[in-house]
Design a protein around this ligand. Structure first.
Ligand code: AMP
Length: 217
């Protein structure tokens, strides 16, 4: 199985599909957004800085994200295969990741661009519900993605929450940040011949089939 890197606009489904692939193929799912949300819960100086940046819709600084990611990568077993969800978010991070992958011997990877238009991404953002415990993601505006019991995680029964950055105002900034800083990452991987595009607007089964096509291809 190849290592996977998801690059996409906010709410394209990176977290959702990472979780499905993690269960199905035994991947280790690494979401830098989740690592940051866990770090901010500590409410120390670092946590406060992260909260401020995340809730403003901007990127958290590279030094913070890279340190959290490095710790996570160092905890892996040599046989683990990973899905990176939300990293890299700019070209500098992509270059640092090249070095990290080289030193860990992780040469076998593919990059998947999960395509979605701005209007659909906004709708998904405003309907998103997340489980603070197991990180499962739901959507109250999508029949396929609703929890079985209102506001309750299907997986572990925890009360679901809205993310503090899932507001219309913050979405606009996150989308602009994606366009200016993250979209160039797609060109970076295109030039390396690593980029694959999968539409996120199809039904879940179709998207999964297309993702598996890339992973197994
Ligand atoms: P996500 O959970 O991937 O939607 O990320 C939520 C927020 O966490 C983003 O809007 C950023 O503020 C921050 N974030 C997540 N991943 C990164 C990253 N690789 N670099 C910088 N900031 C990040």
């Amino acid at each position: 199985m190849k290592n996977i890197i998801f690059v996409a606009p906010p709410a394209a489904g990176k977290g959702t599909y990472s979780s499905v692939l993690e269960k199905k193929f035994n991947y280790v799912h690494i979401s830098t957004g989740d690592l940051l949300r866990d770090a901010r819960k500590r409410e120390d100086e670092l946590g406060k800085k992260i909260t401020l940046l995340m809730d403003s819709g901007k990127l958290v600084t590279d030094d913070i994200v890279l340190e959290l990611l490095k710790q996570k990568l160092e905890s892996l077993d040599s046989n683990d295969r990973i899905i990176l969800d939300g990293f890299p978010r700019n070209v500098n991070q992509a270059k640092v990741l090249d070095d990290m992958f080289n030193s860990l011997g992780m040469i076998d990877y593919e990059v998947i661009y999960l395509e979605i238009d701005k209007e659909s991404a906004l709708k998904r953002t405003l309907g998103r519900l997340v489980c603070p415990k197991c990180k499962s993601s739901y959507n109250e505006f999508n029949e396929e993605m609703k929890p079985k019991v209102d506001n309750t995680c299907d997986n572990c029964g925890t009360l679901l929450e809205k993310r503090s950055d899932d507001t219309k105002e913050t979405f606009e900034i996150r989308f602009d940040t994606y366009m200016s800083e993250t979209k160039p990452v797609l060109d970076y991987y295109e030039e390396k011949g690593k980029l694959h595009s999968v539409s996120s607007l199809d039904g879940i089964e179709t998207v999964l089939k297309n993702l598996e096509g890339v992973i197994n291809g």
